[in-house]
Design a protein around this ligand. Structure first.
Ligand SMILES: Cc1cc2nc3c(=O)[nH]c(=O)nc-3n(C[C@H](O)[C@H](O)[C@H](O)COP(=O)(O)OP(=O)(O)OC[C@H]3O[C@@H](n4cnc5c(N)ncnc54)[C@H](O)[C@@H]3O)c2cc1C
Length: 409
């Protein structure tokens, strides 16, 4: 039975900042604003955080909203990948303890539990929409809602009581070895395997492609484990179904429908703002890393003297969420996503083989949404130089129009 929560009307809250959406992104921003002494309330449904959240450990270096050293359920100094043959990646990776992350990010934060129906009758000076993708606000700007051609990451995860024998019993970020099973899923898939709070998670994943039913990936997963789907489901502790928008559009300025002169506009943050990495589907580290910059922009606006200027508040904070330079970074990443979606299984393996052969600081920077665009362009050139000739041809001819757009031609 879905839990019912009260409806919240923002018109009843005369506050400086209303953060709507109490997932990791909204909770982090509300906490940072609270630490700055702002008059802020976090509004949300208090749903459990039961997705498996993992990230590269050093992506949280410098994050100030939480003690990043204290949020891990498990940390590994190296993790396995397989693109035809097994390799260990020497970079620290962690599985987050969601309970610790959640209580840390909510610590000291005023939290009003319920569902915000509308943000158009608000009395808050700034409303942050951190309701995930697509926005959970009924009157959200629909131009940001999912597009038909958008790429999705889809996965089915099965939690089993013990790690399996063989390679999938090791912490693995990407095992692209071929499961040798005829089925009707066209997209290449890989397996991701990690210990979680209630067992061992093994997840068959389409990195990016057209939306598919997660359950249609079960035969591949069962085949890799050498068992039937029925047997796998019988011994499963639970299933995790993943659907992440990979090409979610980025909000730069508020849409016309909610023009500030009409009395309302929100600033999006987290997954709601498309802060999802287009090559991984990850957004936890992206949101936590952006919190300082966005909170600073909010505080600066609140500290201004003189008459309130709602349009300028919204524009300044939106620009902190996606500064101009990071929008350029995003265009490069979007191009990378288009290339990935066009690759078949063999090309995908050779793409990632070349990718992980780059120096770790380079591929690590590629996997962050806030890498400066010049640095990202240099990494992409190195990647091109590293690729074999068939892959280079695919990179150049795959989508020439997007390539020209990225090059600004
Ligand atoms: C199964 C799964 C696994 C993932 N694994 C990873 C991972 O390993 N690493 C990683 O970096 N990313 C991962 N992601 C992607 C991404 O980080 C998560 O989706 C993350 O939860 C996004 O955080 P968020 O706070 O932006 O949005 P959400 O977590 O979606 O939070 C939005 C919140 O807003 C609330 N809300 C919605 N509408 C309203 C409303 N009208 N009023 C009040 N509240 C509302 C919802 O209840 C929800 O709690 C995963 C995603 C999924 C689905």
């Amino acid at each position: 039975m879905p839990r019912t929560v009260p409806a919240i009307h923002l018109s009843e809250h005369a506050i400086d900042v209303a953060v709507v959406g109490d997932g990791p992104a909204g909770s982090a921003l509300a906490r940072q604003l609270t630490l700055h002494g702002a008059d802020v309330v976090l509004f949300g449904e208090d749903r459990p955080w039961d997705a498996t959240y993992t990230t590269w450990v050093d992506d949280l270096d410098g994050v100030s909203v939480i003690d990043a050293a204290a949020i891990w359920l498990h940390r590994f100094e190296s993790v396995a990948v397989d693109f035809g043959w097994p390799m260990m990646v020497q970079r620290s990776y962690g599985v987050i303890d969601n309970q610790r992350l959640r209580s840390g990010l909510r610590d000291g934060v005023a939290h009003d539990i319920g569902r915000v129906v509308s943000a158009s009758d608000t009395r808050a000076r700034i409303v942050i929409d951190a309701t995930g993708w697509p926005s959970g606000l009924d009157d959200a700007d629909r131009c940001l809602v999912e597009r038909d051609e958008m790429a999705w990451q889809t996965a089915i995860g099965v939690v089993v009581p013990e790690p399996p024998e063989g390679p999938l019993g090791k912490p693995t970020v990407m095992d692209f070895s071929d499961p040798h099973v005829p089925d009707d899923v066209d997209s290449p898939t890989f397996v991701y395997a990690f210990p979680v709070v209630d067992g061992w998670l093994i997840e068959e994943t389409v990195l990016a492609g057209p939306a598919v039913d997660p359950d249609s990936l079960l035969p591949r997963l069962a085949s890799r484990l050498g068992e039937s789907v029925e047997h796998l489901l019988e011994r499963a502790v639970r299933l995790e179904r993943v659907r992440i928008p990979m090409g979610a559009s980025v909000q730069t300025r508020p849409g016309r429908r909610h023009a500030p002169e009409a009395g309302m506009a929100t600033v999006r943050f987290g997954a709601a703002a498309g802060m999802i990495h287009p090559a991984t589907g990850y957004s936890i580290a992206s949101s936590l890393r952006a919190v300082d910059r966005v909170a600073d922009a909010v505080i600066k606006r609140l500290d201004r003297s003189g008459p309130a200027n709602h349009a300028a508040d919204i524009a300044a904070v939106s620009d902190a969420v996606w500064p101009r330079s990071l929008r350029r970074t995003r265009r490069l990443h979007d191009f990378g996503l288009e290339v990935l979606v066009g690759l078949d299984a063999a090309e995908t393996r050779s793409f990632f083989q070349a990718f992980f052969e780059l120096p770790v600081n380079q591929w690590g920077a590629y996997l962050r949404i806030d890498t400066p665009p010049g640095e990202l362009a240099r990494i992409m050139s190195s990647m091109f130089a590293q690729a074999d000739w068939p892959l280079r041809l695919q990179l150049v001819t795959g989508n020439p129009r997007s390539l020209l757009a990225v090059l600004g031609l």
